[in-house]
Design a protein around this ligand. Structure first.
Ligand code: SF4
Length: 342
């Protein structure tokens, strides 16, 4: 029988485990300390638990940390790690150094069921949700772990479609018994699942980024099927009704496609639908994927779009493209790897 993984369990879950094997209540905190603060590679390293307690735990549990199976390094310092999830299934994790920042971009699902037409991960279909252990293992098991300053949930999959495991991983990241990270250094990105956005905003203080990509309903639906069930205007209503306070940030991701969503009409409509929301827009160049009808805009067009937004009073920044020589589009590397092993 395979042993269960302790890594990725919350303090409450660890308490249930210690109670089940008749360990004292404080043992759950000790185990959490070893897993998240001290980075114990194995249960046998948890030396403030008695030998009998360690032996008892080892019968059914393991820490469950797994190293990446491969890495691709770009000339700009970006690295993409592949983690094997099951036979012939891989997820991607990106490490992105940028001056004083060092960001890890985590995946939350194997594949994705949201079907965005510009996305490589969507072409893999949906293979399953990652557990909080799988999500956090990407953060913990890359070699740059100790130098990280920021975490973004922007890799493969839709975080709010794997709500419970994502919320558990956030709890472990920010709790004092976990990694003790500040929520202001963590951003979760969603394509906009209305009811889950409310739950997310109430359940954590981490930042939220919403993928917008166009302010026009029909155009958005042609890019992102989610628009039908969760129209962006309903998503904005939820956001507008929430008090973000001074510390918390709401941002919108806007992938620019050449000649599609980069016109003055788009700027005008964006100013209209975002009115009253204190936010910023991150402009992202579309990264070409094989067989796609969409095209990347040039830098001049991106700057012109940014400047038009600024003239309307909307803060917009152009996100630098990273890792272009190793396949910047999320899902590209893992798809290649999967095809190799078929
Ligand atoms: S863009 Fe995000 S939500 Fe859309 S299919 Fe790709 S991974 Fe899923």
């Amino acid at each position: 029988m395979s042993r269960q993984r302790l890594y990725g369990k919350t303090l409450n879950e660890l308490s249930d485990i210690t109670a089940a094997v008749s360990l004292p209540p404080y043992a759950a905190r000790q185990i959490a300390g070893w897993l998240y603060r001290r980075g114990a590679p194995e249960i046998s390293s948890m030396t403030d638990l008695s030998l009998a307690a360690r032996n008892l735990l080892e019968k059914n549990y393991e820490t469950g940390l797994t190293p990446p199976s491969s890495v691709a390094s770009a000339s700009d310092g970006t690295r993409k790690y592949l983690f094997g999830i099951s036979e012939n299934r891989f997820i991607e994790t990106a490490f992105i150094p940028d001056r004083e920042r060092a960001t890890v971009c985590l995946s939350v699902q194997s594949g994705c069921r949201m079907g965005c037409h510009f996305c490589m991960t969507a072409r893999q279909g949906f293979q399953g949700n990652l557990s909080s252990g799988d999500i956090l293992n990407q953060f913990r098991s890359i070699p740059e772990h100790r130098s990280l300053t920021n975490i973004v949930f922007m890799g493969m999959g839709e975080p709010l479609d794997n709500f419970e495991e994502v919320m558990k991983s956030l709890e472990i990241l920010i709790s004092e018994w976990g990694y003790g990270w500040s929520p202001s250094r963590i951003t979760v990105s969603t394509i906009g699942i209305t009811d889950r956005i409310r739950d997310f905003l109430e359940g954590t203080r981490c930042h939220l980024a919403v993928s917008l990509h166009t302010p026009f309903d029909e155009e958005r639906q042609a890019l992102m099927p989610v628009q039908k069930a969760h129209p962006i205007k309903k998503v904005l209503e939820v956001i507008r009704g929430f008090d973000f306070g001074r510390q918390r940030r709401i941002s919108f991701e806007y992938i620019l496609f050449k000649g599609l969503n980069d016109t003055p009409d788009h700027v005008k409509e964006l100013a209209k639908i975002l009115s009253g929301i204190r936010c910023r827009i991150n402009l992202i160049r579309f990264h070409a994927i094989p067989g796609s009808k969409y095209r990347s805009p040039d830098t001049k067009a991106m700057e012109a779009f940014r400047d038009r937004l600024s003239a309307k009073g909307i803060t917009a920044t152009i996100r630098a493209s990273r890792g272009e020589d190793i396949g910047a589009a999320c899902g590209l590397l893992s798809t290649l790897e999967q095809n190799k092993t078929r």
